[in-house]
Design a protein around this ligand. Structure first.
Ligand SMILES: [Zn+2]
Length: 488
């Protein structure tokens, strides 16, 4: 008997509005603020205080819903979700339950080999809880900066069939949020968190199994590994005739295992009831239509556009993954097309996804924060294309212009990187190197072609980057050819 997993995902997105969901406290990145710096009687849950709804959060919720092809519900209602936990001073969370902001949407995931539509069940608005800090052995501390930060929860239908699809879904969702600019999307800071509902069923059967929910997954790796582990675990239970019960699980990244937190938790456990302190939200079509005009081009369309330029699927995926990367690439393509010689989109895609990304990674920064603006990247590639410098030198220059806002050509001159050696000088160097390494030269003459690159490397080294690799290769080839003729 073979089984397949059935996966649904719940996503929590912290919105980057200026203030909190139901009070005027600042909601700037709570991780860089002092603990409890942004707290007032409302978000600290004092009795007798009255919440008011942040209309910007509703607007962002509608934008997300529109990007996910949802139906925006004319009426949505806030409810109290009652449960006790020390990070929730009110003893309940204001959320939406029976009447969410939007429902019945979809998100399309894509890989090299498949395209699949995942249905979205609902999008609803709620508030985040505070944060407990367990670093002190004597006591647990509480920071309420996060309490009341606007959250959007996006619930998918159980349409995902394996961990890879779940990760594609999560990545696509993060890209969409980046294009809409409604959240920082920082997973490591908890601004984007996933929960996976996993069950198994017999292949080709429509009968669903009992689901177990893995909470608070804040990296794609954790999402992937926890689903893979949980699937195998449930198959094991099934094969050994153990009953699978509905449970809430935590993922332990270190042990690579899920741990049971709570058993069976249903909606009725929360005693939902309408929040009496907040009015219902009535959304007019006029507002929806106005917001529709502001939804930008989304990653799915951007990828299609890039592929139409001849960019590979993988590169198109990377370049369209974040709005700032797509914007950068678009700008570079425009500048490159007006250059002499023309710099093609493919050349630019190559430079961005290899050299530039490697550098950004090394400096732990992002494309919108580097001094290498598209114009400078294009100038640098032009220097390579017109044989002023070689690729190795260009990588040096790239690093310099990332650190300092300066022009590539100035760096080339400062570091004296021009390929200035004449063909005659280069020819002499090639012959010198061959004479210095008679053994390797002999091997090459005997047809051992792997030595070619080694000798090429020696020559490049001795020219200190002041030579064009293409010229060196040609000179080396003809020097060997000459020797061969002489030998005959
Ligand atoms: Zn407050």
């Amino acid at each position: 008997m073979s089984f397949e997993p059935v996966i649904g995902i719940e996503t929590h997105v912290e919105l980057n509005t200026k203030s909190k969901m139901f009070c005027g406290c600042s909601s700037v990145d709570s991780t860089i603020a002092q603990p409890n710096q942004f707290v007032c009687p409302i978000c600290a849950g004092f009795p007798g205080t009255l919440p008011t709804t942040n209309s910007k959060a509703i607007e962002y919720g509608i934008l997300i819903s529109l990007a996910l092809n949802c139906k925006i519900n004319r009426l949505s209602i806030f409810s109290r979700k009652n449960y006790f936990y020390p990070d929730l001073p009110k003893g309940y969370q204001i959320s939406q339950h029976s009447h969410p902001l939007a429902s019945q949407g979809s998100l399309t995931i894509q890989s090299n080999t498949m395209t699949k539509m995942i249905r979205i069940r609902s999008v609803h608005l709620e508030e985040d809880a505070g944060k407990l800090i367990h670093s002190n052995p004597e006591a647990t501390l509480i920071d309420l900066n996060r309490a009341g930060i606007p959250l959007v929860e996006i619930v998918s239908e159980p349409d995902l069939s394996n961990a890879e699809e779940a990760v594609s879904y999560a990545k696509e969702l993060r890209s969409i949020l980046s294009y809409l600019q409604v959240s920082t999307g920082h997973m490591e800071k908890g601004a984007l968190r996933f929960e996976a509902n996993v069950s198994i069923r017999q292949k080709n059967s429509r009968k669903m199994g009992v689901r177990r929910e893995i909470k608070n997954l804040n990296s794609f790796k954790a999402l992937q590994r926890s689903i893979e582990y949980e699937t195998q675990q449930q198959i094991k239970f099934h094969k050994s005739n153990q009953t699978i019960v509905q449970q809430t699980l935590a993922w332990n990244e270190t042990t690579g295992q899920t741990v049971v937190q709570r058993t069976k938790e249903n909606d009725d456990d929360y005693r939902y009831f309408p929040e009496p302190d907040l009015p219902n939200i009535l959304i007019e079509n006029k507002w929806i239509n106005e917001l529709k005009q502001t939804v930008p081009e989304l990653p799915f369309d951007k990828r299609k556009q890039f592929q139409a330029m001849g960019i590979s699927f993988d590169d198109a995926h990377l370049l369209a993954s974040k709005k700032e990367i797509a914007t950068y690439f678009d700008a570079a393509v425009k500048i490159g097309a007006n250059c002499c010689p023309k710099i093609t989109p493919n050349t630019l895609a190559n430079w961005i996804t290899t050299h530039l990304f490697r550098l950004l990674n090394e400096f732990d920064t992002t494309i919108d924060k580097t001094h290498i603006r598209p114009q400078k990247l294009v100038s640098l590639i032009t220097l390579v294309k017109t044989d002023v410098i070689n690729v190795n030198s260009a990588r040096l220059v790239l690093r310099e212009i990332h650190i300092k806002p300066t022009d590539p050509l100035i760096v080339v001159n400062q570091l004296n990187l021009q390929q200035t050696l004449s063909d005659k000088t280069l020819s002499t160097i090639v012959n010198d190197i061959l004479e210095q390494h008679p053994e390797q030269t002999q091997l090459l003459l005997e047809g051992k072609t792997s030595v070619f690159n080694w000798l090429f490397g020696q020559i490049m080294k001795s020219t200190k980057g002041k030579s064009n690799p293409k010229t060196i290769k040609n000179l080396l080839k003809s020097a060997i050819e000459n020797k061969r003729i002489k030998e005959k």
